[in-house]
Design a protein around this ligand. Sequence first.
Ligand SMILES: [Zn+2]
Ligand SMILES: [Zn+2]
Length: 131
Amino acid sequence: MSKKLNPQLQHNIREDAYCETHLEPPQLFCDNDQVTLCGKCFQSQEHKNHVVYGIQEAAENYREEEQNFKTMIESEYSMQFRLLSEENDLNFLRLHRYQCDSNIRGVSLNHLNRFATELEEKSQEMLQVRY
Ligand SMILES: [Zn+2]
Ligand SMILES: [Zn+2]
């Protein structure tokens, strides 16, 4: 395996380090184009009406954006967690109701069984009376 850098990567590094057009180190960052600009790029017509930051400022903005993104994800996660626990509550209620239902069914089944036993006893009594 060769230790040579991937040519594409090398190209990207060169692009990052120097402005491709003016071969000068980048000092600014164009927010509209999401590219780094050298001083000459900044003076060109192309980025005249664009939002341009200093490189330092852009890095800070990026960090801030990253922080906002993190906060957003965290709040979304906690919301999903809340929804999930609400769903669990619902499941619990459903389960609870199901248990109640089966209890009711159990009770009426017991009633039926007792009634059947009573009937049986009564009929046996009647039979005993007859014989
Ligand atoms: Zn340039
Ligand atoms: Zn631009």
